[in-house]
Ligand binder design. Structure first.
Ligand code: ATP
Ligand code: MG
Length: 425
């Protein structure tokens, strides 16, 4: 039997690979303009880096890592994300000793053992940005604006930017306590994952995808209710700057990153229509992470963008646009009399708002049908001298290749009806 590629991986063949190159080109261009430099770290790292840098309580570390012993008995993990590696490289190469902040970006494959489905792979690609060594709200605003700007340049439609503040070690303990008090009476009804989150990491219960957990957490206290002065001021300034940069955003108090070293800003970009996997970008501030991987206390913020999902969203908005451009019906009229009758029909349909057209060059049947094909018209109405003398017209469905003969009146009614049934008003 022929050998197949591993589950959850893809071959990017010529024809598709150009879309990837195009996206990468746009990414590199915008990063250059914003003053971000590329970093390339190894595809695999010591397992401990992710245990510490991503966190033992996360799904990534608990369930999704490709971990193995190499021949020297070292525990190695294929990187599931980029932030931990970038922080390690920052520390290991003493980048904290140079000019700050350090503004970096990466593009490359990540590996997670997940259930493959649309928009979810075992090898997928991320574009990510990290800013290390700066803690002002303007940094947060800059990275979110970069994402927004990239998406506008790509022409992505139907985006939602969600922002939140998850507080810091000063204000989070109070929130944790309030949240546990709120959830205590419903503890038994929570899903199994959330029951184990209850003690260790109750904040994460707020973004559980399980609908019964979501119901239970309706009205639960959010971090925004208890932000300390520093965090509240930071969040207010971030919102002000985003508005000034004309980024359209929503505050979503349910958006959380549950780990200790995540501080203040969390954000996510969602896109309509690409299905259940609608998050195309996630990020936040991680002022405790560099220290966690053994470096000096250093503020940091970044995001990671799923490139497969961005390309899927782009393909969809392209299809919507193409759909808009298509003609609904092309009237193929042959001979002067038929042309003037056809013109009257078309004019009536246009008055009703239908995207229809008629040949203006007096071309042959074949040439007209070819033109209808070129504009991807769904229907053709064919009216020759013979049809006209019988008071009929042929309605041909160009996609299905079926046709029927109708009286002129029936024809107009039928076209209108079809147009409405296709989802147009
Ligand atoms: P999800 O909730 O979809 O599992 P996540 O919270 O695990 O996402 P992050 O770790 O924040 O995602 O990664 C950032 C982005 O990377 C996501 O918003 C998504 O676009 C993309 N991504 C994550 N996992 C996958 C995957 N298995 N396949 C494809 N893209 C992915
Ligand atoms: Mg995930």
């Amino acid at each position: 039997m022929a050998i197949q590629r591993p589950k959850g991986t893809q071959d990017l063949l010529p024809g598709v690979v150009e879309q990837w190159q195009g996206l990468e080109e746009q990414i590199r261009k915008i990063c250059k303009e914003y003053g971000y430099q590329e970093i390339r770290t190894p595809m695999f790292e010591a397992t401990e880096l992710f245990q510490r840098g991503v966190g033992e309580t996360t799904d990534i570390v608990n369930k999704e890592m490709y971990t193995f012993l190499d021949k020297g008995d070292r525990s190695i993990t294929l990187r599931p994300e980029g932030t931990a590696s970038v922080c390690r490289a920052y520390v290991e190469n003493k980048l904290y000793g140079g000019p700050q902040p350090v503004k970096l970006y990466y593009i490359g494959p990540m590996f997670r053992y997940e259930r493959p489905q649309s928009g979810r792979f075992r090898q997928f690609h991320q574009f990510g940005v990290e800013v290390l060594g700066a803690d002002k709200p303007m940094v947060d605003a800059e990275v979110i604006t970069l994402v927004w700007d990239l998406y506008s340049r790509l022409g992505l439609k139907g985006l939602e930017v969600h922002v939140n503040s998850v507080g810091c070690p000063t204000c989070r303990p109070e929130h944790k306590q309030k949240l546990q008090e709120f959830l205590e009476p419903h503890k038994e009804q929570l899903c199994k994952d959330c029951q184990s989150r209850f003690e260790k990491n109750p904040l994460r219960i707020l973004d559980c995808k399980n609908s019964s957990c979501q119901e239970i957490t309706q009205g639960a206290p959010t971090t925004l209710d208890v932000l300390c002065e520093d965090c509240a001021g930071h969040f207010a300034e971030l919102k002000r700057l985003l508005t000034a940069a004309e980024v359209v955003y929503k505050v979503n108090p349910r958006l959380v990153r549950g780990l200790d070293y995540y501080r203040k800003t969390a954000f996510e970009v969602l896109v309509e229509d690409i299905g259940a996997q609608s998050a195309i970008c996630g990020g936040g501030r991680y002022d405790g992470l560099v220290q966690e991987v053994g470096g000096p206390q250093t503020p940091g913020i970044g995001f990671a963008m799923g490139m497969e999902r961005v390309l899927a969203a782009l393909k969809l908005s392209q299809e919507h646009q193409d759909e808009d451009k298509k003609e609904f019906l092309m009237l193929v009229a042959l001979g002067e009399k038929a042309q003037s009758e056809g013109f009257a029909i078309i004019s009536r349909l246009r008055k009703k708002g239908l995207p229809v057209s008629i040949d203006l060059l007096g071309r042959s049947l074949k040439a007209q049908l070819k033109a209808a094909d070129r504009v991807q018209a769904k229907y053709a109405g064919i009216l020759g001298e013979e049809e006209l003398s019988k008071g009929i017209i042929i309605l041909r469905n160009l996609r299905l290749g079926e046709q029927e003969e109708l009286t002129l009146k029936e024809f107009e009614e039928q076209v209108l009806k079809q147009y409405k049934e296709d989802g147009n008003q």
